[in-house]
Design a binder for this molecule. Structure first.
Ligand code: C2E
Ligand code: SIN
Ligand code: FE
Length: 390
């Protein structure tokens, strides 16, 4: 890390950081970035970030070069993560949160006794560390509310010796912290929108199948089974998550199937089953042509989850790799759950019989690779089953 000395250079850096912040949507990654960049900016050995939650500050994150070198990566400040500080003037971070003013202290062990705040030495004692200089600035949103506190610890000079924070950093770090406040708010809004969206998907899918019993738990189970199978087949975490939510909508087309058929206690006639088969096409039509990635995935799944590996499925009689892999995955997840659940037309099978039926279907109904992934992950699948009973 090197000191930046000229104002133009500083502004350039600040602007670059601002752009990075505005493009980061994931809140955890964003917070790490904010702390890392502001430390680099002021050449600080360590730092912490607190966010306001109700009448507390929650300690979210800390970084420290000296401690991470001593303990190995990610090992610093374990004791404090998630701990809460009341928003009162008695602590340094609390003082900044209450007053909205920054604090720049040359030596936290030499704070004059007449100040309202004092330094809490627990961190230093537990980590055998010596905090000396600290710069604490508020995170202020555009309305001027303090939404958090950024604390930088132990400034270092060109010789990497601990020194005080030069006052010119106060304004710059404050400016960075305000950009951070906006970025955090945006990330939270994005997360809320995502949650609202996924919750809506789930509720609409339940509504579509409302006439079937226990649909909500069925959807939880089969979507989680799908994600487990995808993970076993080597999908990355984000794709597994997308598949999980897309799978929730696989039977949404049942909304277009008459009650009398769906809830018929006994065996279906050929004509009735032909009506049922349409739920794949109806679902694909409902979900079709979306700009949203998860919905496009769910369209594929709705359309293909009843295709069979040997080409005897519906609606198109696709075989083997012609069936999109997501459809092949959801087929196993859906049938395993249908088999082990009670339906208006059948009692539940035991897990053992259901596993046997899935195995017998390898290469006929199911993709053998997906069945292999199913067997390999059976423990996890049975855990989910136990977690969401009917
Ligand atoms: P579902 O009840 O969710 O079943 C999904 C799939 O699980 C079925 O797709 C089938 O592949 C498998 N499955 C379910 N029960 C059994 C079983 O006892 N043995 C075996 N080997 N596999 C089973 P499928 O057959 O295309 O059926 C699609 C949907 O049509 C079912 O969804 C259900 O809503 C309805 N359905 C199917 N058969 C009947 C029936 O005999 N009576 C009624 N009322 N509905 C039925
Ligand atoms: C949800 O948890 O609300 C989404 C569906 C699921 O994966 O169970
Ligand atoms: Fe279906």
């Amino acid at each position: 890390m090197r000191r930046v000395d000229d104002v133009g250079d500083l502004l350039f850096k600040l602007n670059k950081i601002g752009i990075a912040l505005s493009s980061e949507r994931d809140l955890t990654a964003l917070l790490e970035l904010i702390l890392r960049e502001s430390r680099r900016f002021a050449n600080a050995e360590g730092g912490s970030l607190y966010l306001r939650e109700g009448d507390h500050l929650t300690f979210l994150l800390s970084q420290n070069d000296v401690l991470s070198q001593r303990h190995g990566k990610g090992n610093t400040a374990k004791y404090f993560h998630g701990s809460q500080i009341p928003i009162q003037k008695t602590s340094l971070a609390g003082y900044v949160a209450v007053t909205g003013e920054s604090l720049n202290i040359d030596d936290v062990y030499a704070i004059p006794a007449d100040r309202e705040y004092r330094f809490n030495t627990d961190f230093d004692q537990k980590n055998q560390y010596r905090t000396r200089s600290m710069l604490l600035v508020p995170l202020k949103d555009p309305e001027g509310r303090t939404t958090g506190v950024l604390a930088l610890i132990n400034a270092r000079d060109e010789q990497e010796q601990v020194t005080f924070f030069h006052p010119r950093f106060e304004l710059l770090v404050t400016s960075l912290a305000s950009q951070a406040a906006v970025a955090i708010r945006n990330a939270k809004l994005t997360q809320e929108l995502k949650d609202a969206y996924l919750d809506t998907i789930f509720r609409l899918s339940v509504a579509a199948e409302y006439r079937d019993n226990d649909t909500a738990t069925h959807l939880h189970r089969m979507s989680l089974y799908s994600a487990i199978l995808a993970q076993g087949l080597g999908y990355d975490a984000s794709t597994c998550e997308k598949l999980r939510y897309a799978a929730v909508m696989h039977d949404i087309g049942k909304i277009g199937v008459p009650d009398a058929i769906l809830n018929k206690p006994g065996k279906l006639t050929v004509q009735e089953f032909d009506e049922i088969k349409k739920h794949t096409l109806i679902g694909a039509k409902i979900l079709g042509n979306s700009q949203v990635e998860i919905l496009r995935l769910s369209e594929v799944i709705a359309l293909t989850h009843h295709e069979k590996y040997d080409g005897t499925g519906y609606p198109r009689g696709l075989a083997g790799e012609k069936i999109p892999e997501e459809g092949r995955i959801v087929a196993v997840a859906d049938v395993f759950d249908a088999l082990t659940s009670r339906r208006c037309y059948k009692p539940p099978f035991s897990s053992e019989s259901a596993v046997q039926i899935i195995c017998e279907g390898a290469g006929k109904h199911f993709d053998p690779r997906v069945v292999a992934a199913f067997l390999a992950a059976l423990d996890d699948i049975l855990k989910v089953k136990a977690q969401y009973p009917d």
